[in-house]
Every structure is written in structure tokens, then in C-alpha cells.
Design a protein around this ligand. Sequence first.
Ligand SMILES: C[S@@+](CC[C@H](N)C(=O)[O-])C[C@H]1O[C@@H](n2cnc3c(N)ncnc32)[C@H](O)[C@@H]1O
Length: 256
Amino acid sequence: MSATLTTAERRLSAAYDAYHLARSRTTVVADLYAKAMGEHYPADAAPSSSLDLPLLHLMTRRLGLRPGDRLIDLGCGTGGTGLWLARATGARLVGIDISPVAVRIAAARTNDFVPANRAAFRVGTVRATGLPTSYADGLVCVDALGPAGDRGQALHEMHRILRPGARAVITRAISHTAGTRWRGQVQKAGFGIDHVDERPHEPRIWRTLYRLWLAHADKLRHELGDAQAESMLVEAGRMLPTLDQRRAVALTLQRR
Ligand SMILES: C[S@@+](CC[C@H](N)C(=O)[O-])C[C@H]1O[C@@H](n2cnc3c(N)ncnc32)[C@H](O)[C@@H]1O
């Protein structure tokens, strides 16, 4: 671990440890993601996010990685996004996540995608990765950028670890009322905005998924335990009414 965690980060780490551990013991969560995404579900990546096949193909195109390039997956969870991209592009991967459980599971999945020497996973945060300056040729961050207050620090860290000219693809949900504040934040961190790819189908995925969670509440409780299931059900109840305001985008940023 590269930096001392704040109290909020310690809580986040413990919460995600519990989630990833519970999810690893059952297929129910993956099954419901598969149902919600249909033919776009990337079964081998098995994401805990809005990552679907169109997004993986988009990231491959936007990053423009060459074999041997260094790719960072920030907030990698159990590693599927970065491993899928490393396999598709020939890049070497470093995955970073705040959850030691996620990092352990990700490392154990490496051989399903690439030879062991092509991927490494370590515990770190989006604001303190512990990686050297100008280390990476590309970066992805899927649904892991955190709350608004933390985004500035995360963007500065991304800028620090990318070499000049390298690209990052990050997913964002921007509320329709948010205006263009996010542009200023990205530019202040030293990035140019290369592409803003709209993902208009994404709120539909979440709507379907959250309804599936609610419809399978008993099964989730049985398979994941009450505490974990409850936090998913609370998320579903809280997020469902907000989805009409959700503008989902994939931002491609270029480090100046
Ligand atoms: C919604 S999941 C997405 C995981 C993965 N990107 C995917 O697409 O499946 C968010 C992940 O980000 C990690 N995370 C959340 N906050 C973080 C932070 N501040 N620093 C590093 N990782 C973080 C969590 O542990 C979790 O694995």
C-alpha cells in the first residue's frame, strides 16, 4: 500500500472487500449483470460496473496501445477490464484497487487472459497509486473515480503517472444539470479532452439491473448474506429514480 488511507478510504476498502468476497462465492451477481446486458455482457471480464462489450471495443480504439505498452486499470476491481484489454492489445497491465480482496482475486485470474508476467495487481488508491511518474502509456478507470470531491486528486494522479501524449479513458455519469464544470476540472489537471463518447443505452442497463436486484432480493440475501444484499438493495432504491438524469459518457483524455 502506497499511502496511508483516510478514514473514508478505510471504510470504502472494507466495504468493497466485503462485496468482492461475497460476490466471489456465488454466480448470482454475474448472472444478473448478464441478464441486464444481454448480448453485450463481457462474460470473461465479469465486471462490477457498466462495462459492456461496446465500451471495451471503444477503449481499445481510443487508447491506441501497442504490444508491450504499459496500461493502468485504476479501480480495477477483480481485474476483468484491464486483463481483457491487455489480451486484446498486447499491453502489459498494472491494476490498482483499494480493496485487497479484489486485488487478490484479480491476480488469480491473470492466467485466464495473459501470461503471468504481463499483469500485476496492487493495492492503492486513485489519488495515490504508488507508481512512478510518467510510467504508463494508457489508463482506464471504469466507474471508480469516486465522489466529486475526490476527482480532482484522482485526475492529478492520473496525469502524474501517464507519459506526455498518453491517453486515459474514464467513465463518468454527468447529471444533465451539471453543465460543463467537469471540463474545467479535467483541463486543470493537465488533460486535453480528446473524445466525449455518449453511452445513451447505459442508464437502461442500470434500470434493468436494479430492477433485477429488487426482484431477486431473497436470492441475493441467501447467496450474499443479509448485509451485502441490503447494501445492493439500498443502492437500487436510491439510484432508480435518478437514472433519467444520468448522462453516461466515456471520456478520452490526453495528457499534455
Ligand atoms: C464499481 S467497482 C468497478 C470495478 C471495475 N473497474 C469494473 O469495471 O469491474 C469500483 C471499484 O473501485 C474500487 N475503488 C473505489 N474507490 C477507490 C479508490 N479511492 N481508490 C482505488 N480504488 C477504488 C473499489 O474497490 C471497486 O473495486
